[in-house]
Design a protein around this ligand. Structure first.
Ligand SMILES: C[C@@H](N)C(=O)N[C@H](C)C(=O)O
Ligand SMILES: [Zn+2]
Length: 216
């Protein structure tokens, strides 16, 4: 299906950006596919995709690449995550080792209404350009194939706060690099998650979308 006006598939803007769209599969904190993800593709607003492509150019020059884990997230996916957290349960050592499942929204790790549904928010890391990512998330181990950020994508823990201390020097330096290149391109970080960025001048600041994430 055609995308709503103003949205693009990232691959059409910059096919060099690596994509590992976790909610389209089971390697995520729900341990199953999330509603609304029909294909593992990154969809963003045109402005966000172009801004990300400018970051990728800086990365490529350094032998690095961006890797995106989540982009536009349909409202039905946000609702699915919310319902799932409310089912409750104990901490999960891999994804939220110190938080009850039912507290993930209250603690700010999962959005009850997420900026991702506005299309200009992205979860991402930096990887070495030559190395392919194999999935090995999240707490206590960086994702294989990404630089060391201290924690992996979607490790819901205070250690994932962007400015968390103490943090090994290399992880702190990599967080600083990601923050710096993303800020230069006009993105703002969410202080609780080093991987979550929203385009400051987003085109749909008050709208939430619900079309599915589909390949074409
Ligand atoms: C779930 C995680 N990847 C994330 O994006 N968290 C923020 C708070 C959100 O859901 O908007
Ligand atoms: Zn996010």
């Amino acid at each position: 299906d055609p995308l709503p006006a103003g949205f693009v598939r990232l691959d059409d803007v910059d096919p060099t950006i690596r994509q590992d769209i976790r909610y389209a599969g089971s390697e995520n904190f729900l341990r199953r596919k999330v509603d609304g993800y029909e294909a593992p593709v990154c969809i963003l607003t045109e402005q966000a995709a172009k801004a990300l492509s400018s970051v990728q150019k800086a990365m490529t020059a350094r032998g690095l690449t961006l890797i995106v884990f989540d982009c536009y997230r349909p409202a039905r996916a946000v609702a699915d995550m919310g319902k799932w957290t409310r089912e409750g349960g104990p901490p999960d050592p891999q994804w939220y080792p110190k938080v009850e499942r039912g507290d993930l929204i209250a603690k700010g790790y999962v959005g009850e209404l997420s900026s991702h549904s506005r299309g200009s928010t992205v979860d991402l890391a930096i990887a070495e350009a030559g190395k392919k990512s194999t999935v090995r998330p999240a707490c206590g181990a960086p994702d294989t194939g990404t630089l060391d950020f201290g924690t992996g994508f979607d490790c819901f823990d205070p250690a994932s706060e962007t400015a968390h201390q103490p943090l090994a020097a290399e992880a702190a330096a990599n967080r600083k690099t990601l923050l710096s290149v993303m800020r230069t391109a006009g993105f703002r970080n969410y202080a609780r998650e080093w991987w979550h960025f929203t385009l400051a001048d987003e085109p749909f600041p008050k709208q939430r979308f619900d079309f599915p994430v589909a390949a074409d």
